[in-house]
Design a protein around this ligand. Structure first.
Ligand code: OXD
Ligand code: MN
Length: 601
């Protein structure tokens, strides 16, 4: 399968949605002069354009058509085997000074980096079509919405961005003619998809992103991690709002009382599953609805935090997705979906490890090789993905397009921890909650290249996504808290605690509703809890565990605080803060001392 493909030549009326804004035209001219494409294709987001691009992508082997009866309007893309995940080691934040990027980012000098990238981009689009994609992040008329333009030489990017953002004419309209309007400049070129020439570079002070050498979504759909999180977080601090790696869901009781909750989990820890949760039978009448599955943009309104999902689609991890783990995701990806790096069955369907039913007797694996259940290789890459419009989600929240966003009652932090962290607990107040977020840790997954299963600190699940100094980011959280008269309550959850036998203690998936219910009870001041050294902890009877097949000992283990483990944990917090080289706000140092102190009595 090819990622690199020669130029395409649209018929009249397609590819000519040239904007009127002079600043955009000048920038596109500058990039075209540098990259020397065969032609420039101005995207408008129309059906006609989409149909043309799909046909060309099939013709050029950029996409494979799936069985249209089984998965209508859906296609398979295979990325280069050297290009299947985000590359944190080649991701740079090029602020003017190293200090601004802080201790958790790879920093590179902006002048030198621009020069290096210009060299790589010189003539890079020769013989190819350069696409110009206008898009909006957030509901079109929201005060939180931002405009971006992405230039790319990949049709896969154009088609994916059409799903992931509000793309085309709508963005041109919102931008208008003002040459001084704020918009993000994104340049992407596949170059020759060579890991040695793969750089994902952010220039926050110029609202600019340049990504070269990759075709993998997390590196090249510049709207997502690059704009909505890295550049977004930088802008958010300057403009007094928040850009967070959080899902947003709505929970409605049978009586019609509704709360919205935002949750930050590291990559591939089940955010999409949680955002689309279906309550178990016992919770008949309760409804969970999705605002977003990955990113929340939040601002202060009437003393509360209001959130929008800046995205328009889901870019989710496929393996493990099934009617058992996430029926709403399965229904969402049953049509109008682009799959990347899953297996292709002999009847033109898609397959992956963890899908319902028996594995196929034969398939073509994600690399394009024959595969059988006896093969030692996985059929789908562990980080294979679906790209699907949020409109496909049967549980989409009716207020997802609300310009002012939805009010957030609770913020949940969570990670993948085999030990130490109980199933759920509540922070004592906002600042303590910021401490919970700042010291979050999780076992690593396949969403980024590198070792899997190692515990790493991942503050607010933003370690790979905070576009400035993490110490200033912590301070920004503390500062936002001071402006909230009705702040969300903050919680920590861990669905992944294991027993002595190495097995998960908690069933997870839909049963997480039981934890969510306790969180909602706490928001409504009706849920019971005990004050523990780490925060408010439910006792087993505070959780609704009716009709759940779980051992009483397992519940005790899930809720226990092991003093020895926590001594190690507090030492690890100190080690982490120390490793940041003095940028951690005094308030968080104080929180750590108070935590240690609470264990002494
Ligand atoms: C993602 C990620 O793709 O966090 O959402 O890596
Ligand atoms: Mn994510």
């Amino acid at each position: 399968m090819k990622n690199l493909a020669p130029a395409i030549f649209p018929p009249k009326g397609i590819g000519n949605a040239k904007p009127a804004n002079k600043a955009v035209l000048d920038w596109v001219h500058e990039i075209a002069t540098l990259t020397q494409p065969e032609n420039v294709f101005w995207c408008d987001g129309s059906e006609r354009e989409h149909d043309f691009l799909i046909a060309e992508s099939l013709g050029q082997n950029v996409l494979i058509e799936l069985n249209q009866k089984k998965v209508p309007h859906s296609y398979l893309h295979r990325s280069s085997p050297n290009d299947v995940a985000r590359v944190e080691q080649f991701t740079f934040v090029c602020t003017t000074t190293k200090q601004e990027a802080g201790p958790t980012n790879n920093w590179a000098d902006p002048t030198e980096t621009y020069a290096k990238l210009r060299e790589l981009l010189a003539g890079a689009m020769r013989g190819r079509t350069m696409f110009v994609i206008p898009y909006i992040m957030g509901p079109a008329d929201s005060p939180l919405a931002k405009i971006g333009f992405e230039i790319t030489d990949s049709k896969y990017v154009v088609l994916s961005l059409r799903i992931m953002t509000r793309m085309g004419e709508i963005a041109l309209k919102r931008l208008g003619n003002d040459p001084s309007a704020e918009w993000n400049r994104g340049v992407h070129s596949l170059l020759d998809v060579n890991p040695e020439r793969r750089f994902i570079c952010h220039f926050p002070q110029d609202n600019t992103i340049i990504s070269v050498g990759s075709g993998y979504g997390g590196n090249v759909l510049l709207s997502k991690k690059c704009l909505a999180l890295r550049i977004g977080s930088y802008l958010a601090r300057k403009q007094n709002w928040m850009a967070e790696h959080m899902l947003i869901l709505g929970v409605e009781s049978p009586e019609g009382r509704k709360h919205y909750v935002a949750a930050a989990f590291p990559s591939a820890c089940g955010k999409t599953n949680f955002a689309m949760l279906i309550p178990p039978e016992h919770f008949k009448g309760w409804k969970v609805t999705t605002i977003g599955d990955d990113i929340a943009w939040m601002r202060i309104r009437n003393g509360r935090l209001y959130a929008v999902n800046p995205e328009n689609g889901y870019f989710g991890v496929v393996p493990g997705t099934s009617y058992k783990s996430n029926p709403n995701a399965m229904r969402s990806i049953a049509h109008d979906t682009i799959y990347t790096n899953v297996a292709l069955t002999d009847d033109g369907d898609v397959w992956w490890e963890g899908k319902d039913g028996e594995p196929p007797a034969h398939a073509i694996d994600w690399r394009g090789n024959d595969w059988t259940p006896q093969s030692s290789e996985k059929a789908a890459h562990p980080n294979s993905r679906f790209t699907t419009p949020m409109g496909n989600n049967p549980a989409l929240d009716p207020d997802v397009e609300k310009n002012e966003g939805v009010p957030i009652s609770a913020i949940i932090f969570g990670g993948r921890r085999s030990d130490t962290a109980p199933l759920v607990y509540q922070a004592l107040d906002w600042n303590h909650g910021v401490y919970l977020g700042a010291t979050m840790a999780s076992e690593t997954t396949a969403a980024a290249t590198g070792a899997v299963g190692r515990v790493r600190r991942d503050p607010m699940a933003m370690l790979p996504f905070c576009g400035y100094n993490i110490g200033d980011y912590f301070q920004h959280w503390l500062d936002i808290g001071k402006q909230l008269t009705d702040p969300p309550l903050i919680f920590n959850v861990n669905w992944f605690r294991k027993g002595a036998d190495g097995k998960f203690l908690w069933p997870g998936f839909g049963e997480n509703m039981r934890v969510l219910k306790w969180i909602i009870d706490r928001c409504e001041q009706s849920g019971g809890a005990l004050k523990s050294p780490i925060g408010w902890l439910p006792s087993p009877h505070d959780l609704d565990l009716a009709e759940l097949d779980i051992d009483r000992n397992a519940v005790d283990e899930l809720l226990c605080i092991d003093h020895e483990e926590w001594q190690k944990e507090i030492a690890a917090h100190k080690e982490f803060f120390d490793s940041l080289g003095g940028v951690v706000p005094q308030e968080l140092q104080k929180q750590r001392e108070q935590l240690a102190e609470r264990f002494r009595f």
